[in-house]
Design a protein. Structure first.
Length: 178
């Protein structure tokens, strides 16, 4: 496994993130030595969804309005149906995402997470995957959508769903280590 010691990773999420799509990658990143911060739209805690029900919460380390993308080495966007809608509606969050692309830093998104990338205007010409329901949105935004477990195109890694987390986690650790 790649080593992420001295790497600082931002996880941009809001209430309604898919629990496994935040917890599993964060665990893999931390096990590889990364310093992981939860960045959100508000301070305090954000609540997850599991099996279409509200579930556990995580503590927010920093609000996106106070976050500086230059202080991070990579960005993770977990999915969930509610989470990306909230994130992509926030101007500070969209600007934060754009900064990672402007700096050509690694970005990873799973499931519905790529919806935020559409709003940020960074998917055109990218080979990507996502939850099947998001495919048409990605195609309409100019992405080359494929139905694969995990896809990396340049600095962007995407994946489809919780069942793909083992492959997604392995790939993001490798990509974030570069």
């Amino acid at each position: 496994m790649a080593n992420l010691t001295n790497k600082k990773i931002a996880v941009l999420a809001a209430d309604g993130y898919e629990q496994s799509e935040l917890e599993s990658p964060v665990k893999a990143l931390k096990e590889a030595g990364a310093d992981v911060e939860i960045v959100s739209l508000k301070s305090g805690k954000i609540k997850s969804m599991k099996d279409h029900e509200w579930s556990d919460s995580v503590e927010v380390d920093r609000t996106v309005s106070d976050a500086d993308a230059s202080k991070y080495d990579a960005l993770l966007l977990p999915g969930g149906v509610i989470n990306p809608d909230a994130v992509r509606a926030d101007d500070d969050a969209v600007a934060f995402v754009k900064e990672f692309f402007s700096a050509d830093k690694p970005v990873a998104a799973i499931c519905h997470g790529p919806q935020t990338l559409i709003t940020a205007g960074v998917v055109e010409g990218k080979k990507m995957t996502s939850f099947a329901a998001v495919a048409i949105d990605l195609k309409n935004a100019g992405a080359n959508w494929v139905d694969e477990e995990v896809v990396t195109d340049g600095n962007l890694t995407t994946s489809r769903k919780p069942a793909d987390l083992p492959a997604f986690n392995k790939r993001i650790v490798e990509e974030f280590a570069k």
